[in-house]
Design a binder for this molecule. Structure first.
Ligand SMILES: [Zn+2]
Length: 198
């Protein structure tokens, strides 16, 4: 463990001799022209979501990795970042939104829930009971029940767009959108639009 630690120290920005956090942040901001963070489900069938959102918002995705003269990967042309989590529930993306803003700046947060999602196949009670039986663990107080499963897309997207809006880690200027993605047709349907930029 100790050997691994020192071996990779030269890849830790904050460990470099002349580390200047403010300057580093300026350099990062120039490295990726980020505009949109999209939150969606880790279901393999949902893999088309970032492309569909990029098309909808005119974003560059996946873009290209930019290398320097030593062939090190130092930047990217993408303007869309993905946060891939169970059900595309926003609760798991709040910290990523804050970090994306801090390093690159963002304009849009897009939350996408999809048809035939596994998160619609169980209930909060069902998963809590099963965990108790199968793993002898009480997870009833671990997660807010409103964030665990999906029983209604209007409700889940309303909840998640509001959760992102009310988070202190969300910059006030961002526009927040909630979409349903049809797994079979690859179409996005807008459900919620909370714009601040107009
Ligand atoms: Zn899903």
């Amino acid at each position: 463990m100790r050997q691994i630690k020192s071996e990779f120290d030269n890849s830790i920005f904050s460990k470099q001799p002349n580390f200047d956090e403010a300057q580093m942040r300026k350099d990062f901001a120039k490295a990726v022209p980020l505009e949109t963070v999209v939150i969606y489900c880790y279901d393999p069938r949902a893999v088309g979501i970032p492309s569909a959102v990029a098309k909808q918002f005119g974003e560059t995705y996946p873009g290209e990795i930019i290398t320097d003269e030593r062939n090190n990967k130092v930047a990217s042309t993408t303007s869309l970042f993905e946060v891939v989590v169970a059900g595309g529930r926003a609760v798991d993306a709040l910290r990523s939104i804050t970090v994306a803003q801090h390093l690159f700046g963002i304009k849009n947060v897009v939350i996408v829930h999809h048809t035939h999602c596994g998160a619609t196949s169980f209930t909060p009670d069902g998963i809590i009971d099963a965990f108790q039986r199968e793993h002898e663990q009480d997870i009833s107080a671990l997660y807010d029940r409103n964030n665990i499963a999906i029983s209604d897309f209007a409700a889940s997207l309303q909840h998640d767009t509001l959760l992102v809006r009310q988070s202190k880690g969300t910059p006030r200027h961002v526009d927040i959108y909630g979409y349903v993605y049809d797994i079979d047709t690859s179409e996005l349907t807008l459900a919620i639009e909370d714009k601040r930029s107009a």
